[in-house]
Ligand binder design. Structure first.
Ligand SMILES: CC(C)(COP(=O)(O)OP(=O)(O)OC[C@H]1O[C@@H](n2cnc3c(N)ncnc32)[C@H](O)[C@@H]1OP(=O)(O)O)[C@@H](O)C(=O)NCCC(=O)NCCS
Length: 184
């Protein structure tokens, strides 16, 4: 199966929302309430929201494309963290946030997520910032193992709100390759 990775445009908004609706629940703890998951998807992962995100400064979405559809997506954000727990945990600044990373279950364990991560880290490094961080639910063992395989290390914890409950996340970071300064 041929996959391609490229930056999202407004034309991708509906397909991104469809992908997000099936992949976001995979990242939620087993005891999450279905209504909280549904509400999160409707509020934060709608086609309208994606159409806005693709034009938002400092935000870049990469799409994992196969056979005309979207099988996964990632988003990096150049805004600096403001959460006190995140600021206390990170040892690198400034940092890129790996804000979203989701791959359809049909592609798990088949290298597609690795390809998307390589492209996402390349994009993060191109920002010139020396580090990248993310938050991942502490119960998401598969994602934790995946991130650690791709160079991230645990540096702290924070909380993530889903509905009226707080979930516990690990904070992960890694250094990005710095570019040699050009000769003056
Ligand atoms: C996280 C994700 C991108 C990883 O992609 P993937 O193709 O599944 O990743 P890989 O198969 O390369 O790596 C997963 C690793 O976790 C391991 N793993 C799988 N289930 C596991 C479990 N329950 N406990 C511990 N490790 C587990 C796998 O064996 C593999 O490790 P290995 O290569 O050393 O054998 C993908 O699973 C996904 O999109 N999940 C749903 C969305 C999500 O959780 N996103 C992260 C939000 S922060």
């Amino acid at each position: 199966m041929t996959i391609e990775i490229s930056t999202a445009t407004a034309d991708d908004a509906a397909a991104l929302a469809a992908c997000a609706a099936v992949t976001f629940p995979l990242a939620c703890p087993a005891d999450s309430r279905p209504e909280d998951i549904r509400q999160h998807i409707e509020t934060h992962l709608s086609a309208e929201r994606f159409a806005a995100l693709v034009d938002l400064p400092g935000h870049t979405i990469l799409c994992l494309r196969e056979q005309g559809g979207i099988a996964g997506w990632s988003m990096i954000v150049l805004d600096q963290p403001t959460d006190a727990d995140v600021l206390a945990a990170l040892s690198i600044a400034p940092v890129v946030e790996l804000s979203k990373f989701y791959v359809h279950a049909d592609h798990h364990g088949r290298g597609a997520a690795a390809a998307l991560m390589t492209a996402t880290l390349d994009l993060a490094a191109a920002s010139g910032m020396p580090g990248v961080w993310l938050g991942v639910n502490q119960e998401n063992a598969r994602a934790l193992r995946f991130y650690e395989k791709h160079g991230f290390g645990r540096v702290g914890t924070k909380r993530f709100r889903l509905g009226d409950r707080f979930e516990d996340d690990f904070i992960l970071q890694q250094a990005l390759p710095t570019r040699a300064a050009s000769a003056a």
